[in-house]
Design a protein around this ligand. Structure first.
Ligand code: SF4
Length: 368
């Protein structure tokens, strides 16, 4: 079956008509966000970069006060580069994912020192800077420099999957969706077009109940024509996703701190914190072998029940083991001590713990 809807009157229209209609709508309805450039002013790459880094895995509402405080305190990339890292981290506190703040500072220094304060303008150059992945590079290139780039995140994937009625499930459909999004992007106003898609995905083409009746793309939208809008994009059914299993170790020190570890930057949940665990694999290793992978030596006992979580391409079930250990307990080789730290229980909410790990911590610490 083709990934793209069979010829629909809507889907066969020139793409430029869809882009034109979307941009006309956006010129009237665009969200007024503090990092957006007022009409007639040249975009400021520093502001756009700062907002895009803050927006990674965080909502617009949460970002606005941080963005405004950062900008008031460090109005230029040079000012941010000259700030001590500790001050930047303190100003970032509460926004989570602290590796982003470290990379933000590293990147500001590099731009100030090696690029004379000017951000490069192409995605290929931007993606080489600390903390900038393909999405952020495309967003900065398009919005700040008008480069013909198309940032594609989950919101834009959803809009494009519907517009073209792409029936291939995610994540396999990602390359198709990127190609289709790129084909839609007009040669002029690429940055406005990217922001228009973002606004459409956030406001009208929402995950559960898309507002097709007031959507500027309704006449171009194959999913709407086929009555499929709320069902796309497809995700593999939970039962089809392979199951991985493992043991997670909730180590609680007598001073009330819990052992957390930072995951490697690359890969699933990259740079976020976790409770140390065995590898997540098809089958559990024998218990004595699994317990040898514990991050500290102690009396480990199984917390009844387990923690289940569904990722896009697999299901995970973790058995949780818990130990209360003395304050001076050394970490084992398996803990990978350089990536570990002890975090007070009361501060856990402010840490960059993904939801699966929040479930593990809650399960491991609950009173039996
Ligand atoms: Fe999304 Fe509906 Fe607009 Fe299609 S018509 S893009 S499904 S809101």
């Amino acid at each position: 079956m083709s990934n793209v809807a069979k010829a629909q009157p809507a889907a066969t229209e020139p793409r430029s008509n869809a882009a034109r209609d979307l941009l006309e709508w956006w010129d009237r309805e665009r969200r007024d966000l503090p990092w957006r450039t007022p009409a007639g002013r040249a975009p400021d790459a520093y502001r756009i970069w700062l907002s895009e880094i803050m927006l990674q895995q965080t909502t617009v509402k949460a970002v606005i006060p941080y963005y405004e405080r950062f900008l008031a305190r460090w109005p230029t990339v040079e000012a941010l580069a000259a700030a001590p890292l500790e001050e930047v981290l303190a100003a970032w506190a509460g926004l989570g994912y602290y590796s982003r703040a470290r990379n933000l500072h590293k990147c500001a220094k590099l731009i100030a020192e090696a690029h004379a304060g000017h951000f490069p303008s192409t995605p290929a150059e931007l993606v080489r800077l600390p903390g900038i992945g393909p999405y952020t590079a495309a967003a900065i290139a398009a919005i700040a420099f008008g480069a013909p780039a198309t940032p594609v995140d989950g919101n834009i994937e959803r809009v494009v999957a519907r517009l073209f009625a792409v029936r291939e499930p995610l994540p396999a459909a990602k390359p198709t969706l990127r190609r289709l999004a790129s084909g839609l992007t007009p040669p002029a106003r690429a940055g406005d077009f990217a922001q228009a898609l973002m606004d459409l995905g956030a406001g009208l083409c929402t995950p559960k109940r898309p507002s097709c009746l007031v959507c500027p793309l309704q006449g171009h939208c194959a999913a709407h024509a086929e009555g499929l809008a709320a069902h796309l994009p497809l995700k593999p059914s939970k039962a089809d996703r392979p199951l991985r299993v493992g043991l997670a170790f909730v180590a609680l020190r007598e001073d009330g701190t819990v052992l957390l570890r930072r995951r490697p930057e690359a890969g699933l949940l990259g740079g976020m914190l976790e409770v140390p665990s065995t590898a997540w694999s098809d089958a559990l290793p024998p218990l004595d072998q699994a317990l040898r992978a514990a991050p500290v030596h102690g009396q480990w006992w199984a917390v009844p029940g387990s923690v289940a979580h569904t990722f896009t391409h697999f299901r995970l079930e973790l058995l949780v083991y818990r130990a209360v250990v003395p304050n001076e307990v050394p970490l084992t080789f398996w803990a990978d001590p350089q990536r570990c730290r002890w975090v007070p229980r009361r501060s856990l909410n402010a840490e960059a713990l993904p939801s699966v790990m929040r479930k593990v911590v809650a399960h491991g610490l609950k009173e039996q």
